[in-house]
Structure formats: C-alpha cells, structure tokens
Ligand binder design. Structure first.
Ligand code: AP5
Length: 218
C-alpha cells in the first residue's frame, strides 16, 4: 500500500506513520527526519536545510525531490510506503505523481490528520526527543520513565529548535499557505480521507486502520 500522511505540524503524522509502517510492513519515509539527520551529520544539504528549518520555512524543492527519489528505490516501491511530511506543496505532489508514473506506481490513499491549532501548540511545547536513538516523548502524553532521560539509552532528552512557540506559529502559517492546497489536489482525485486526530494515540490509530480497511474493500 502506498500512503501519504498530510496534516499540520504536530498533527501526529510521524507517530501514526511509524505505527502503520510496522503493521503493514511498509517503508516509513519522513522528509523531516531525513533532513534532521543531514543537519546532525553536518552535510552540505544539512547546512543548507537548517537555515530554513530553524525559521519554520520549507526547504526549497530542489533539495527535497532528489532526496525522495534517492530513497524511493525499487524495493520500497514494490513493498509499499508511507510518506510523512512529503509532499508539502502542489509542485512536490505533481513531481511525485510523475516520478511514480515512471515506475508504473501510484498513490492508494492520502490521509489528512485534522487537529486544532491549540492542540498543535500544546503538543509541540511538550515534545522531547532522544538525540542518540531519536525516540520521541511528550509531556504529558508520553512520559519517559526517568524525567528528562531516554528510556532506551539514558541520554538527555532535547527539544527540537523549531518547536519554540514563535517558530511553531510560522510553521502553521506556512502549512496554511503552501501545504493546504494539496488537500484539494488529492480530494479532486478522490484519494483524500480525513481522520480526526485529537484524543488518545491508540484511538486515532484504530480509526486509521478502519479507513484503510474500507479503502481496501472498496
Ligand atoms: P517535519 O519533521 O515533517 O515537521 P512537521 O510536518 O511540522 O511535523 P512534526 O514532526 O512537527 O509533527 P507530526 O505531525 O509528525 O506529529 P508527531 O507525530 O511528531 O518537518 C520539519 C521541517 O523540515 C519543516 O518545517 C521544513 O522546514 C522541513 N521539511 C520537511 N519536509 C519538507 C518538505 N517535503 N519540503 C520542504 N521542507 C520540508 O507528534 C507531535 C508530538 O505530539 C509528539 O511529541 C507526539 O508524541 C505527540 N502526539 C502525537 N499524537 C498525539 C495525540 N493523539 N495526543 C497527544 N500527543 C500526541
């Protein structure tokens, strides 16, 4: 199954994408994670991307498309994938469609995770991650066993620089202006399904499984 997860920052795309990729045994590709790895490695791409990411702006398409094509190799295309944080502009969505068509593939479903701005700000102000293993935590919804320390390796947990409130507000503005037009793009192709993304993570996941099952049966 080939899936796209859409939604504002903090809507839970990454959390749900990790879960569904394990259940369906498909590849989880997060452009945000790939870019953060490049930043941590200090690569040329990372240095260029960081300037945009720290402000909450999109990284220019010229860096993103090559990165995606490199990772959507034949095995991933054959096994299926969930794209999390990509596409983020109509231009990226069109480029993706052209790229998949070259390999005789297409998208099965685009899921839009619906969440209010208030919930986004609350979630992102409580988000922490482990710089060693990338495990995610949240105050108060996903607490580590020991305060401020990763359950897996004991490393000191950190905040993402783009989770500062003023940057989150810009990310929400960028989402409205540059990413929301994709919703119509996929709706017109009858690929879009909304999932209400507030409430417990497991309940949202159950709803996600339900809509994907309905899609397979249709
Ligand atoms: P990216 O990392 O993709 O950031 P984002 O889309 O803003 O998404 P987030 O990771 O903040 O949130 P999410 O929806 O995945 O939610 P999550 O599951 O983590 O991108 C970062 C930057 O990279 C961009 O700003 C841009 O600069 C650049 N970039 C990336 N892709 C790009 C592209 N295609 N083109 C150009 N630039 C690109 O959950 C958030 C928190 O909430 C977690 O702590 C989680 O534990 C918690 N949580 C999740 N679900 C729930 C729930 N139901 N209840 C309570 N808490 C919850």
């Amino acid at each position: 199954m080939n899936l796209i997860f859409l939604g504002p920052p903090g809507s839970g795309k990454g959390t749900q994408a990790k879960m569904i990729s394990e259940t369906l045994d498909i590849k989880h590709l997060s452009t945000g994670d790939i870019l953060r790895e490049a930043v941590a490695a200090g690569s040329e791409l990372g240095m260029k991307a960081k300037v945009h990411m720290d402000k909450g702006d999109l990284v220019p398409d010229q860096y993103i498309m090559g990165m995606i094509e490199e990772r959507l190799q034949s095995r991933v295309l054959d096994d299926g994938f969930v794209l999390d944080g990509f596409p983020r502009t109509v231009a990226q969505a069109e480029a993706l469609a052209m790229m998949l068509a070259r390999y005789g593939k297409d998208i099965d479903k685009a899921i839009l995770f619906d969440v209010s701005d208030e919930e986004v700000i609350k979630r992102l102000s409580g988000r922490l991650y482990c710089p060693v293993c990338n495990a995610g935590y949240n105050y108060p919804s996903r607490l580590p066993k020991r305060q401020g320390r990763c359950d897996h390796d004991g490393a000191e947990l950190r905040r993402r620089p783009d989770d500062e409130e003023n940057v989150v507000k810009n990310r929400l503005g960028v989402y409205r202006k540059q990413t929301e037009p994709i919703i119509d793009y996929y709706r017109k192709q009858s690929l879009l399904t909304n999932v209400k993304a507030e409430g417990p993570i497991d309940s949202i996941y159950k709803e996600l499984l339900k809509v994907l099952k309905e899609n397979q049966e249709a």
